[in-house]
Design a binder for this molecule. Sequence first.
Ligand code: MF3
Ligand code: CO
Ligand code: CO
Length: 287
Amino acid sequence: MDDTHPRQTRDGIRIYSSEDFAGMHVAGQCAAQILDEVSALVHPGQTTGALDDFIRNRVEEMGATSATIGYRGYNHASCISVNHVVCHGIPGAGIPKSKDETISRDLEKRRTSDVLLDGDILNIDVTVIIDGWYGDTSRMYVAGRLSKKSERLLQVTHDALMLGIEQVRPGNTFGDIGHAIQSHVEKNRMSVVRDFCGHGLGRVFHAPPNVLHFGHAGTGAVLEEGMLFTIEPMVNLGRPETKTLNDEWTAVTRDKSLSAQFEHSVGVTAEGVEIFTLSPLGRFHPT
Ligand code: MF3
Ligand code: CO
Ligand code: CO
């Protein structure tokens, strides 16, 4: 099959070969290793700008290219989304004020910059390109002490992602993935963000289909061997609605409740699923 006319399903979802999976594995592992490495730098007093500088340098040193620098006018090697920022937080820009009661009023007043404070939870999202293949992954970190409430949010969000991934196999549908995620989240009285979704990727950053993190079992496009996409549920402690700030990137929860997200890039295999972005150190938990 020549690269200019790759095979696609009726839904416009591209089907990739097993050699392509090898390329995705390399890109995915690069992104995941960078997420492992940045972990040591996350602490109170650190700035999100410095975390992004580190990521930008590591992407370059590993011979990869950042997919986000220059993407639709975005100019950073990562998105860093703190507390009630749902996604697309801009490193180095001010962190929006949180209403979280675990942060004292004094600290609240000091929140004038991109400095992380004790108890902040943050998602770091990195996408790299290696040999034309995209590796897109994100996970949660904590600066200092993790509160019980944040811990629960992170655990439910990660479990929801993995339950979604468990549904990935030929013959299942995208609705099966969304349903597994939504059921778990709502069983735990949290909410799934509807305004952002996962996406096909591979030779491009964002391709069909939209991978919804909610839905009904048995609905939507049927999964086929060779499909490549991300699953990246955003889960809120409060209501699901989001709004985008004036910078046109930063998405926050409307009710200012805490939000968490984990993201893996996966491929459908004959047997089920390959997760390209598993942590080389076997890590996801921030502590
Ligand atoms: N990595 C994000 C995703 O999961 C996309 C970030 S686009 C950016 O799809 F421009 F905001 F970086
Ligand atoms: Co993504
Ligand atoms: Co991402």
